[in-house]
Design a protein around this ligand. Structure first.
Ligand SMILES: O=c1ccn([C@@H]2O[C@H](COP(=O)(O)O)[C@@H](O)[C@H]2O)c(=O)[nH]1
Length: 236
């Protein structure tokens, strides 16, 4: 069985900022209300990988949300390079060839980096999946990709918490389920489509929630982070 995760360590704050200075100021403001930070495209292409190393050295956990997807050799070598940063999680798109290459890179690097397969982006609904050429509804596509990820030996999945129970049934207790598209009640939804509250996510068996704008855009980010952690603690 997996190790228990404290409510605070379940929260991953998405540092979708334009500069590392801005991101570091936010991390300082949040203080001990959070321990886990996600770096995606915006910050990753603006010095975010060096910041990731600094955050790891400072005792934080880091999720590199770079959603790799390329030919197998490029993915494998990319994962091997990124493993040196000391991050906890790295995303790849949940295509079988990509996941196999990422698992090989992870194993060759041997640094303890966990690979998460992005099933279907939380900004997609069934109509978006159809428009992208997929015949299956989102929930079925997520389940199929989760099954492939588990068979390949990927460490966890990114999906909406709306599909977490179904994914858990497919992948069992040992794979991680990490869910963006999290919105505290009353928060602006923005471009997300499959949205769930922090409490509902916990009740659905999610391991980690990813929260960006509701925290980064708040007047008091520390307070919002603490409220989210409290909401999750009460639901567990
Ligand atoms: O399916 C996915 C995969 C990744 N994300 C990322 O999570 C955060 C969510 O930010 P919010 O501001 O809380 O919407 C963002 O960095 C996305 O790139 C996702 O939303 N959905």
């Amino acid at each position: 069985m997996p190790e228990p995760i404290s409510p605070r360590d379940r929260l991953i704050v998405a540092l979708d900022m334009a500069s590392t200075d801005e991101a570091e100021r936010l991390v300082d403001r949040i203080g001990d209300a959070a321990s886990f930070y996600k770096i995606g495209y915006r910050l990753g292409y603006a010095g975010g990988l060096a910041l990731a190393e600094r955050l790891v050295r400072g005792g934080h956990k880091v999720f590199l949300d770079l959603k790799l997807h390329d030919i197998g050799n490029t993915v494998e070598e990319g994962v091997r390079s990124l493993a040196g940063i000391g991050a906890t999680f790295l995303t790849v798109h949940a295509y079988p060839q990509t996941m196999r290459a990422a698992a090989a890179g992870r194993d060759k690097a041997g640094k303890g980096l966990k690979i998460l397969g992005v099933t279907v982006l939380t900004s997609y609904d069934d109509a978006d999946a159809r428009e992208a050429g997929y015949a299956l509804p989102v929930a079925d596509l997520v389940a199929a990709r989760a099954a492939a990820a588990a068979a390949i030996g990927i460490d966890g999945l990114v999906c909406s918490a709306a599909e977490a129970a179904q994914v858990r049934a497919v992948v069992g207790p040992d794979r991680l389920i990490v869910t963006p598209g999290i919105r505290p009640a009353g928060a602006e939804i923005g471009d997300q489509k499959r949205v769930v509250t922090p409490a509902e996510a916990m009740r659905s068996g999610v391991d980690h929630v990813v929260v960006g704008r509701p925290i980064t855009g708040a007047a008091d980010p520390r307070d919002v982070a603490r409220r989210i952690v409290d909401e999750m603690a009460a639901a567990l």
